[in-house]
Design a protein around this ligand. Sequence first.
Ligand code: NAD
Length: 256
Amino acid sequence: MNEALKGKKGLVVGVANDQSIAWGCAKAFHEAGAELAVTYLNEKAEPYVRPLAEQVNAPIIVPLDVTDDEQMEALFEIIGNTWGKLDFLLHAIAFAPKEDLQGRVADCSRQGFLTAMDISCYSFIRLAHLAEPLMKDGGCLLTTTYYGGEKVVEHYGIMGPVKSVLEGTVKYLAAELGVKKIRVNALSPGPIATRAASGIAHFDELLELAKKKSPAHELICTDCVGAYARFLVSDEARLVTGSIAYVDAGFNIMAG
Ligand code: NAD
């Protein structure tokens, strides 16, 4: 048994169901001995998320819509009161209104852009801000990006520029928080058929291309992402910060 996270307390934001990347990570964190706080988006999501959170014996299971400042502050108050510290957090959420996500970037509405940036990127900054005082002995902040933030991926639309900003944010937060031994990294998984992914037009073509073009000719699973996430939040990765960690079967190295 891997006990790399024994005694560590972690927050997992982004479990929607058992297909979620955040769920693959939560299982890996739990198996390595971490104690977890798990959030769910709203009442509609709770019946899907709560049983999963219970499966990993999470002592804290609370709602969090990241656009609700009070809810986010309440979450950190609970974490502070329960644990008095936080060792790591995973931010695995993204959202853009469908009409903006499926249209051209050139046609994106102001509101669609702001919503996508707020939920998919600013929320990571806010989580970092609230986690910092609880990471007294250092810690790790982990988010999830995609190759479409680095290169233009057809149909990824406005989420591409949003992920570019998220990756820039990882680097700036890593630089600012390094002195406190708080590390900041992003996982960059290849395409996985999740609920969020189903909002991207022609996602099946993206899966096909990933399999065809990647050196390993394999699709990524959420457990593979979880294994890397477990390493990144552990002390073994204590000098890994500001990095974009690809879990994409090598897709990103290929041209054309
Ligand atoms: P998912 O649908 O399982 O997870 C998305 C999560 O975002 C859900 O839990 C949802 O509740 C949450 N969310 C949306 N709006 C929210 C809000 N206002 N407040 C709080 N939570 C909110 O899909 P996923 O693919 O596991 O996505 C997780 C992350 O991984 C996203 O950032 C996504 O861009 C990224 N990612 C996904 C893929 C892929 O192919 N699936 C590849 C690379 C990166």
